[in-house]
Design a binder for this molecule. Structure first.
Ligand code: ZN
Ligand code: ZN
Length: 363
């Protein structure tokens, strides 16, 4: 059985609890996860008897190549997606159809309900996403590749960093380097934020020069085509100021302690608390305004969330980022981010770029 077929079987085992006898996946990433098909604009219906991808003629060949074991309903040109879905569902015995509340539009839900009076639409929340949280060997290998490209690219970035170059120029350089090393793409729009701009956790890269700022924060990742990596490092472009030394030390200590806490059976919110408490104890509690980390995989942000209140219990195969930060408006911000695999006995840090402050000094 293909790994996609076994994922679909795992999904079927969730139907009882969700009180559905079929699911229509409208989240294209979930369709990819369940079939191997990487195109979009296609929905997947899974029920107890089988599965069918509803797509259009642009994808006929690709579907045959990527998921030959899945039945397809290719809607002819001029036929709406709604009509195709209706036809597909009429031919099946689904009475309680799960729909993905996070991705189906209200408009589609309404028209579908009207078109299929005999089918009850049941809103589900994160059924496939829940399966995606635990990665198999193949997925972990692809994440390792995505990390490899990101780290190689960072080496080039570091070597090319000059004060007269702009944040955007440097981000472009980084992304080009990752592709040259084999990445299919960047995992998300890279953040290169110099000095005070690093105080914005999601800073937009500007065309202003890196300049004489003391440090620059880089948050980036690569994609091998499907799976993604996500890292953050800080590079020091002048002398280490006492303030930077203090803030960086607190963030690094919090990050290392949180990573140490990662093992199967631990509640995700408790890992967040390890870092949060250390940062609060150092007096910076109010300057750490985001969660500690998130899962990575087909999406750059997916489950499980390492955040306050997150009740997910960590399991072997989960891959999460650990990225505490301290952001001081007007001065700058420090964040350190690594990707960590939960193993059967504890954890493995998949990223291995140096992160002591001394090693962050450029030139
Ligand atoms: Zn990141
Ligand atoms: Zn992240």
């Amino acid at each position: 059985m293909s790994r996609f077929a076994s994922r679909r079987n795992k999904l079927r085992r969730l139907f009882g609890k969700a009180k559905i006898d079929g699911l229509m996946a409208t989240n294209f990433t979930n369709v990819t996860y369940l079939t191997g098909f990487t195109g979009d604009d296609s929905y997947l219906v899974v029920d107890s008897e089988g599965e069918v991808v509803v797509s259009d003629p642009r994808y006929t060949t690709q579907l045959g190549e990527e998921c030959p074991d899945v039945a397809t309903h290719i809607r002819p040109p001029g036929t709406s997606m709604l009509a195709a879905v209706k036809k597909t569902l009429k031919a099946r015995k689904v009475r309680r159809l799960g729909i993905e509340g996070q991705s189906m539009t209200v408009g589609l839900r309404d028209t579908l309900a009207e078109a299929l009076p005999g089918v009850e639409l049941v809103t589900t929340d994160g059924l496939v996403e829940q399966l995606r949280e635990v990665k198999d060997k193949d997925e972990i290998a692809q994440i390792r590749d995505a990390i490899h490209y990101a780290q190689k690219g960072f080496g080039v970035f570091r070597a090319q960093l000059r004060p007269d170059r702009s944040e955007k120029e440097m981000a472009d350089e980084l992304e080009y380097a990752m592709r040259q090393f084999g990445a299919r793409d960047r995992a998300f729009a890279s953040i290169v934020a110099a000095g005070p701009r690093a105080a914005l956790p999601h800073a937009v890269t500007t065309t202003s020069p890196i300049g004489q700022s003391d440090f620059v924060l880089i948050d980036w990742g690569a994609s091998d085509g499907l799976y993604r990596s996500d890292l953050t490092r800080l590079l020091v472009t002048s002398k280490i100021s006492p303030k930077l030394k203090k803030v960086y030390g607190v963030v690094l200590e919090a990050q290392l302690a949180a990573i140490e806490a990662i093992r199967p059976g631990v509640v995700a919110g408790d890992v967040d608390a390890v870092a949060r408490n250390l940062i609060a104890k150092a007096g910076f509690g109010r300057y750490f305004g985001h969660g500690l980390g998130h899962g990575i995989g087909l999406d750059i942000h997916e489950g499980p969330r390492l955040a306050k209140g997150s009740t997910t219990v960590l399991q072997p195969g989960m891959v999460v980022t650990v990225e505490p930060g301290i952001y001081l408006p007007g001065w700058g911000g420090v964040r350190i981010e690594d990707d960590v695999l939960v193993t059967r006995t504890g954890h493995e840090v998949l990223t291995d770029l140096p992160k002591s402050l001394e090693e962050a000094v450029v030139g």
